[in-house]
Design a protein around this ligand. Structure first.
Ligand SMILES: [Fe+2]
Length: 323
């Protein structure tokens, strides 16, 4: 029952909110059974805070009940704006794929923010990935669209989806056409940083601490271990997660694997991960310059971090997608 003096609050899944967007109403957090005002209208939630919520397993924020309608309209508008940003990248004829991508980002956030890995969410993500990959081949969509089905954002959920789409694009460009292989690479890429998202926020707060360094070093193994507990995912998926920071020259982590000891699909995801990270660091430079910088970085590698046999076709494919 509500009384006259205390407003009622309604939960809003954090996965529905976009970081760095000016809020339309005040936002509250539920702390020790009390609603505490966290942000005023016109404020925004930064990407850093957004990702911190992930590590704190914060799934929802709250708004006052009387703001519900305004808030729902605002949510719809910001979602449309976000989809439009991707449509501008791929073209109006691929709006359906841009919408599908948005749904995957939301689901990734929910999955990463939940305290425990939710089997149902993983299986929904698997179906969403299957559908996206199937629609690319059925509708004969140009492969480069997959690489452009990305959004500039340093948020971990957006980054995970970017890496998944770029990885599948690279895999296709290198001749991996089997649905099974593409699904595995998609899921491996989507969850590559799950272990990082599960580093406790207390550890993340102090990068000078040895616990922080160890947690970062071990995040591929931690993520792979957590994912391996989910039925229905193939070993390839966990291998990709475990190896996404290994390098061709043996200077990667956590196991300093070398060259041919690294699984081929892990190499693709490792490259897509570095590529998207460099893009995120150069977002302010505009699309053309951002892609140029990221490709230039890969060209300078000359087979140190990345397998030289695989680097040349990967760079060629990236040029094709982002020219
Ligand atoms: Fe990582």
């Amino acid at each position: 029952m509500s009384d006259q003096t205390t407003p009622d609050f309604v939960p809003i899944p954090l996965s529905k909110l976009y970081p760095d967007e000016a809020l339309c109403t005040d936002i509250y957090l539920l702390i020790n059974s009390k609603y505490i005002k966290y942000k005023n209208a016109e404020d925004f939630i930064s990407v850093e805070k957004y990702d911190l919520f992930l590590s704190k397993n914060v799934v929802s924020v709250y708004i006052a009940f009387e703001d519900s309608l305004t808030f729902m309209n605002w949510l719809k508008e910001t979602k449309e704006k976000s989809i439009q940003e991707v449509v501008d990248n791929v073209g109006e004829e691929f709006r359906e794929e841009a919408v599908a991508r948005e749904e995957i980002v939301e689901r990734v956030f929910e999955t990463f923010a939940a305290e425990e890995l939710n089997k149902e969410n993983v299986s929904i993500l698997k179906s969403q990935a299957d559908e996206l990959i199937e629609s690319i081949s059925k509708k004969k969509i140009p492969l480069t669209i997959l690489a452009r089905l990305t959004k500039k954002s340093p948020s971990i959920a957006e980054h995970s989806v970017n890496v998944a789409n770029i990885s599948v694009y690279l895999a296709l460009a290198m001749g991996h056409a089997h649905q099974y292989v593409l699904e595995n690479i998609y899921m491996g890429a989507l969850f590559h940083d799950y272990g990082k998202a599960k580093i406790p926020s207390k550890v993340l707060e102090d990068p000078s601490n040895i616990t922080y360094t160890k947690a970062i070093e071990q995040h591929p193994i931690k993520g792979a271990l957590l994912i391996s507990k989910i039925d229905g995912l193939q070993d390839q998926v966990t291998t990709i997660i475990a190896e996404h920071h290994e390098q061709h020259n043996g200077k990667g982590f956590p196991n300093a694997k070398k060259g041919e000891d690294i699984y081929e699909l892990s190499k693709i995801v490792a490259l897509a991960n570095v590529f998207d990270n460099i893009c995120a660091n150069n977002m302010q430079k505009g699309d053309k310059e951002m892609y140029k910088q990221a490709i230039k970085f890969l060209e300078h590698d000359k087979g140190k971090k990345f397998d030289p046999d695989f680097l040349a076709p990967a760079i060629e494919a990236l040029y094709l997608a982002y020219k």
